[in-house]
Design a protein around this ligand. Structure first.
Ligand SMILES: *[C@@H]1O[C@H](CO)[C@@H](O)[C@H](O)[C@H]1NC(C)=O
Ligand SMILES: *[C@@H]1O[C@H](CO)[C@@H](O)[C@H](O)[C@H]1NC(C)=O
Ligand SMILES: *[C@@H]1O[C@H](CO)[C@@H](O)[C@H](O)[C@H]1NC(C)=O
Ligand SMILES: *[C@@H]1O[C@H](CO)[C@@H](O)[C@H](O)[C@H]1NC(C)=O
Length: 304
């Protein structure tokens, strides 16, 4: 007699193998369907994942602390500004929103609450000279950059963005090349526009003459937002300070191509332009960290 082949082991194998296959196939189908329905990458909590840094930890405390410091110590003339409301308006501009869907209007309430005037002849714009220009405005209170205004001061170097389920995304936020209408890019664009609109008299711009592809770039914030929002009825002239790194290279001079492009854009808007290479008061700051260089000697053209 043949051995009965209904021993428990074989019986189990017959059932388990097809069972496993069915489970595997189901799992694959579910994953594929989910991926098709929902192509955006999500973390386990369901929050979108982006390439940029996430919202700065303790955002509320950082913004409130900076705001109170600004209106108390940095610029006491603004002591009547309401920091708590400024924070609430920033928060409601982006919280629970998809971080690629920011509109200019989202920031209007905040911008209107935080805006303040800037004395004539004091506005200092910059592009690609972030470090040097702020060392200069810290040392010399005759000039004000965007980062020295309330809106610039509270937001400098920090990040924030929303998440439709958790409210705030602390893990990651979109970079500019992922989407342009992200909360930070939109904020800086609007704050820069307001800063330019507020300028009057002679305004300054510090550009970097040591970079390869031109000191002035029309796709920078300065080139694409700020110069277009200067009011020719209020701004009489723009003075360029073209700074070279002490150790060089001197990639562009005041007669260089990109400076000529800047001149023609501004002159078309009826704003005069002058250009100074290595404006000495700024150069002296560069010299503080490079005192023995020839350009930093008291009499630069005398060799010892
Ligand atoms: C701004 O500078 C111009 C000349 O550079 C001068 O005539 C004007 O009085 C200055 N305005 C203020 C408010 O200092
Ligand atoms: C010019 O740009 C280069 C490269 O970003 C930077 O290392 C340098 O410090 C800048 N120079 C000035 C004067 O800001
Ligand atoms: C910016 O400059 C480039 C040339 O360098 C030019 O082709 C382009 O049209 C300019 N863009 C704008 C918005 O003016
Ligand atoms: C602008 O430049 C023109 C010609 O160089 C000059 O006549 C005019 O007075 C200047 N305007 C201002 C406001 O400096």
């Amino acid at each position: 007699m043949p051995v009965q082949n209904s021993s428990p082991t074989i019986w189990c194998r017959r059932l388990i193998l097809p069972g496993v296959i069915v489970l595997l196939v189901t799992a694959v189908v579910v994953v594929v369907v989910l991926a098709v329905i929902n192509p955006e990458q999500k973390t386990t909590t369901g929050t979108l994942r982006w390439k940029g840094k996430g919202t700065t930890p303790n955002l509320k405390e950082v913004i409130l602390g900076r705001c109170y410091n600004y209106i108390t110590i940095v610029n006491p003339e603004l002591s009547s500004k309401d920091c708590h409301n400024i924070w609430m308006r920033l928060l409601s501009a982006f919280m629970y929103k998809h971080p690629c869907s920011m509109r200019e209007e989202d920031y209007y309430p905040l911008m209107n609450m935080a805006r303040h005037s800037i004395p004539c002849n004091k506005s200092l714009f910059w592009s690609k000279t972030n470090n040097l220009v702020h060392r200069y405005t810290k040392a010399n209170h005759d000039f004000i950059t965007l980062e020295d205004t309330l809106l610039g001061y509270i937001a400098d170097d920090i990040t924030w963005c929303g998440s439709s389920d958790l409210g705030i995304n602390y893990n990651s936020c979109p970079k500019r090349n992922e989407c342009e209408s992200n909360p930070s890019s939109m904020y800086w664009k609007m704050a820069s526009k307001m800063f330019a609109e507020a300028a009057c008299g002679t305004v300054q711009v510090m550009l970097n003459g040591s970079i390869d592809n031109g000191a002035f770039r029309n796709d920078s914030i300065f080139g694409s937002v700020e110069i277009l929002n200067l009011n020719p009825d209020k701004v009489s002239a723009v003075q360029v300070w073209l700074m070279h790194d002490i150790e060089g290279p001197q990639s562009e001079s005041c007669t260089g191509q990109s400076i000529q492009m800047l001149k023609s854009i501004l002159e078309n808007r009826k704003i005069n332009v002058t250009c100074k290479e290595n404006y000495r008061p700024v150069q002296l700051l560069q010299c503080a960290s490079n005192p023995n260089h020839a350009t930093c000697r008291l009499c630069p053209y005398v060799t010892q």
